[in-house]
Design a protein around this ligand. Structure first.
Ligand SMILES: [Mg+2]
Length: 177
């Protein structure tokens, strides 16, 4: 089997950024935002309008991306893919100016077998040329020139028209079975 180039997004595919939103919301407003994990939910339809802008600023804070929990099965799954294919980490890091070191340290800690040569901190992902892109955001998938794969996250429950992978077991089954 020929090795494929597989580009994989970070937030909500391998790193649980929603967990950090819930944690910071609790600190800031002393309320629970766990509903953000329900299918169909996003910040817009979960956070009260008067707090929405403040919450949207969370990822611009220092350390928002520090030590995010891995998505279940992601680290093992990426390791399995890495053995059979060429894995690239592609994250739209440029959107959040303070995230770079935290994201890079996260990758070094959790995926030490991924070379720096295989890490792409980018803006518009349409520049990415690979065979596959695994991502939770439709805006990244719709311009991708290879095979787009939608990784299920609460906010994309309504998205149709893509091959959907609901969890990391389904990702590894897709590529390895
Ligand atoms: Mg993402």
């Amino acid at each position: 089997m020929k090795r494929k180039k597989i580009a994989i997004d970070m937030d909500e595919v391998m790193a649980d950024a929603i967990g950090r939103f819930i944690e910071l919301y609790k600190k800031e407003f002393n309320e629970d935002l766990s509903d953000l994990r329900l299918p169909g939910r996003n910040l817009q339809n979960t956070v009260p309008p008067e707090r929405l802008e403040a919450v949207r600023q969370f990822p611009h804070r220092a350390e928002f991306f520090k030590d995010l929990d891995p998505i279940p099965g992601a680290l093992e799954g990426i390791h399995q893919l890495h053995e059979k294919h060429d894995v690239y980490i592609t994250t739209a890091a440029m959107e959040f100016e303070l995230c770079f070191t935290d994201k890079f340290n996260w990758l070094k800690k959790h995926l030490p077998f991924i070379s720096w040569k295989n890490i792409v901190f980018c803006g518009d992902k349409s520049i990415i040329l690979a065979d596959y892109l695994i991502d939770d955001l439709e805006r990244n998938l719709k311009t991708f020139t290879g095979t787009p794969l939608l990784f299920t996250a609460p906010h994309n429950a309504h998205v149709e028209g893509y091959t959907r992978l609901n969890n990391w077991q389904e990702v590894t089954d897709y590529f390895l079975n």
